[in-house]
Write a protein that binds this ligand. Structure first.
Ligand SMILES: C[S@@+](CC[C@H](N)C(=O)[O-])C[C@H]1O[C@@H](n2cnc3c(N)ncnc32)[C@H](O)[C@@H]1O
Length: 386
């Protein structure tokens, strides 16, 4: 509206007309076109930002995905093929993949260390980055950006990657009160944002009923109806190929287990600190909730995809050969020119290890890989490691 100069103005104007479902509050806080968290020019992701994601933590991530691209291309043969990163943010991952593969071995990874040395006999795919907000996307040789999958030209085979896309979708906060499911809304009380409860939108009652999930009295749960809807769009986009999803989330029996997650999973991130204070500083902190991976898996299976992998990120990256990256070679084989370089190498080695150790990001992020139309043969990442 004219005269609005901040997200607080936008929220105040909206709340003058009545309370706001928390889901719509998240939509505004993250994606308001002018004042939303993801509309800000500076990237929220990275060491200087509010949280770190795997591609920005270590080039080990793009190295391992480069291996996957090689395997994908060897199976796609002469088919016109594309690698697409949806929710690409600043494009660092798709840029590193395009440089590693398009540059055939000359590649430099996301943080400057070596990325994959691809097989130069394979055809080169086209590379696309897709994000609903491309304000932060950096130019990368060989990468074309789009704001929607619908803007990408046709292809015969696609490798569609997404990292922390689904946990960034607006979500509702529900709470069970006796026999009734309530939905949390946002109101203004004494000049400050506060919570209020309404009977839940019937779509959330249906969500739990269809999945046979019952919440305990007083149990909170965070749900996005966009999880299955967006995944359905991803499936339609891939006539033949793979969808590879990296995200914080769990199968539904664990995600909605009252004993473990009585207060849901919603969290706010600012300057690498996590808090449960979801209403403070709207537009200036990230809001996120763990996803229900069954929503994605079952949507894909209904669309004719086969589930090829569902496990923690550490196992996936190791199965792709991440341990062969130079950052993980024995320390005795590493040579550096000076102490500063030595410290930088030690830090980079620590970050690389964080991705493949079965705790922290290596275990909290799960990977779902679904495939359609590429044959029954097992993929390298399906190798049993342990
Ligand atoms: C948590 S960030 C992850 C960025 C990047 N993938 C990374 O790992 O660093 C989530 C990104 O998803 C984008 N996004 C959210 N909903 C989207 C949608 N429906 N289509 C495309 N991008 C979306 C946001 O704009 C944001 O850039």
């Amino acid at each position: 509206m004219p005269g609005e100069r901040s997200l607080s103005d936008v929220l105040r104007n909206s709340l003058n007309h009545g309370d706001l479902p928390f889901r719509d509050f998240v939509e505004l806080a993250l994606y308001h076109p002018e004042f939303g968290y993801y509309a800000r020019p500076e990237s929220p992701v990275g060491r200087e930002g509010d949280f770190i994601t795997s591609p920005l933590l270590s080039p080990l991530f793009s190295f391992a995905l480069g291996r996957l691209i090689d395997e994908f291309m060897s199976r796609a043969g002469d088919a016109l093929s594309q690698v697409v990163d949806i929710g690409c943010g600043d494009g660092a991952l798709i840029g590193a993949l395009a440089q590693g593969v398009g540059g055939r071995g000359s590649g430099v990874g996301v943080s400057g260390a070596l990325s994959p040395t691809p097989d130069s006999r394979l055809p080169t795919p086209q590379f696309f980055g897709v994000d609903r907000n491309l304000g932060r996307a950096q130019p990368h040789p060989g990468v074309t950006y789009a704001t929607s999958l619908g803007d990408i030209p046709p292809a015969e085979a696609r490798l569609l990657i997404n990292n922390e896309l689904f946990d960034a979708l607006p979500f509702a906060r529900l709470v069970q009160r006796g026999d009734e499911l309530h939905e949390l809304w946002v109101t203004e009380r004494d000049g400050a944002l506060d919570w209020t409860e309404h009977e839940a939108d019937a779509r959330y009652d249906e969500y739990f009923a269809e999945r046979g999930i019952g919440l305990d009295d007083g149990q909170f749960a965070d749900v996005s109806l966009e999880w299955p809807a967006l995944y359905d769009d991803l499936c339609r986009f891939v006539p033949k190929g793979l969808i590879v999803t990296f995200d914080y989330g769990l199968p539904q029996t664990k995600l909605f287990r009252g004993r473990m997650r009585r207060f849901g999973t919603a969290a706010a991130y600012s300057r690498h600190r996590v808090s449960r204070d979801l209403l403070v500083n709207p537009g200036e902190q990230d809001l996120t909730a763990h996803i229900n991976f069954d929503d994605l898996r079952l949507t894909g299976e209904r669309q004719g995809f086969a589930t090829r992998f569902f496990d923690i990120q550490a196992k996936f990256l190791l199965a792709l050969g991440a341990a062969e990256h130079e950052l993980l070679k024995p320390i005795g084989e590493v040579t550096v020119d000076n102490a500063e370089d030595g410290i930088a190498v030690l830090e980079a080695r620590d970050d690389a290890r964080r991705l493949i150790l079965p705790d922290g990001i290596g275990a909290d992020i799960r990977v779902l890989v679904q495939e359609r139309g590429m044959g029954r043969e097992e993929w390298g990442f399906q190798t049993k490691l342990f």
